[in-house]
Design a protein around this ligand. Structure first.
Ligand SMILES: [Zn+2]
Length: 266
C-alpha cells in the first residue's frame, strides 16, 4: 500500500513538472550597458569617521620632553674615543633626574611647546617627540660624535619630532612651523620672526639647508640622516632649536654649566 502511494505521488510530481514546463514562458531582457532602471550615482570618497580616541590629542607639556635615557639600554662603544675604549653607558632615566632649570623651575623653552601644540592643533595629528631633554650622559650615549657635545637638547632648547600619519610629509610640517610666526601674535607682522632664511654652512650635518628666523632654527633629517639612539625609527624627522629667548631678550647658546649642573640629579 505504501509503495503504491509513493508511486502515485512520484507520477503526480512529474506530471505537474511537465505541465509547468509546457505553460511557462521566457523572454530575454534586452538593454544596453548604460540603461539602468535605477540611477546609480558615481562612487564618491567618504572620509573615514574618526575613532573615539582620535581628535582628543593631549596638549603637549614639558613632561613630554623628559630624558629618554634608560638603564636598560646596553652600553655602546664610543667610536670617537677609540684610544680610551671605554664603553659608554646610558643615564639612569628621567625618574632619576629632572628637566633643566629655566627661570627658577624645571622646564624647556616655551616656544617649543607652543610650536608643537600649534602643529598638533592644525593637523589634528599626534606629534611624536623622539628626543626632548637629554641629560649630558644620555646626550653622549645617543650620539658620541664631537659635533653633538654642544647639543641644545641638554639645556631644554631643542626637540626632535615627527607627526603620526604624516611621517612622509615633513615639509608640510616645516611650512606650518613657519606659518605659526605669520599667524600668531606677537610675531605677526614682525619681519625678523616672519621671515625665514636658509643656513648655508656645512656644519649642519644634514643635506637640506636648515631654515632660521630670529627665534628658532629648523633642521630636516632625511630617513638616512641623524639616526641615533633616540631616533631609531625609519621616518624623516624635524628638529627645532631655540636661538633666541624672547622673554629674557638674549641669545640661547649651549652652556656647559647649564647642561651639566643646571638640572636636578643625584
Ligand atoms: Zn638622562
Amino acid at each position: 500500500m505504501a509503495l503504491i502511494l509513493f508511486g502515485c505521488s512520484g507520477i503526480e510530481q512529474s506530471e505537474n513538472e511537465k505541465v509547468r514546463r509546457r505553460n511557462c514562458k521566457g523572454e530575454y531582457i534586452y538593454r544596453n550597458h548604460d540603461e539602468n532602471v535605477i540611477a546609480v550615482p558615481p562612487p564618491a570618497h567618504l572620509p573615514r569617521p574618526p575613532y573615539p580616541w582620535e581628535g582628543n590629542l593631549p596638549r603637549i607639556t614639558k613632561e613630554f620632553f623628559r630624558c629618554k635615557g634608560s638603564p636598560a639600554n646596553p652600553p655602546i662603544m664610543d667610536k670617537s674615543d677609540l684610544a680610551a675604549l671605554v664603553p659608554c653607558t646610558d643615564c639612569e632615566g628621567s625618574t632619576r633626574h629632572g628637566l633643566p632649570i629655566l627661570r627658577g623651575q624645571q622646564s624647556v623653552y616655551p616656544i617649543l611647546l607652543d610650536l608643537l601644540n600649534y602643529v598638533q592643533k592644525t593637523t589634528a595629528k599626534r606629534v611624536i617627540i623622539t628626543s626632548g631633554h637629554r641629560c649630558p650622559v644620555h646626550n653622549k650615549y645617543v650620539d658620541p660624535a664631537k659635533e653633538n657635545q654642544y647639543s641644545k637638547h641638554q639645556i631644554g632648547a631643542e626637540v626632535d619630532f615627527y607627526v603620526q600619519d604624516m611621517e612622509r610629509r615633513p615639509m608640510e610640517i616645516i611650512q606650518l612651523l613657519m606659518e605659526y610666526f605669520r599667524q600668531t601674535r606677537p610675531y605677526k607682522g614682525v619681519k625678523e620672526y616672519e621671515e625665514f632664511l636658509r643656513y648655508d654652512k656645512p656644519d649642519a650635518r644634514v643635506t637640506t639647508k636648515p631654515w632660521y628666523n630670529k627665534e628658532i632654527f629648523i633642521k630636516y633629517h632625511s630617513p638616512s640622516e641623524g639616526r641615533n639612539a633616540d631616533n631609531r625609527h625609519p621616518y624623516p624627522y624635524i628638529s627645532v632649536q631655540v636661538r633666541y629667548d624672547r622673554e629674557a631678550k638674549e641669545r640661547v647658546v649651549y652652556d656647559w654649566k647649564r647642561a651639566n649642573l643646571g638640572y636636578p640629579h643625584d
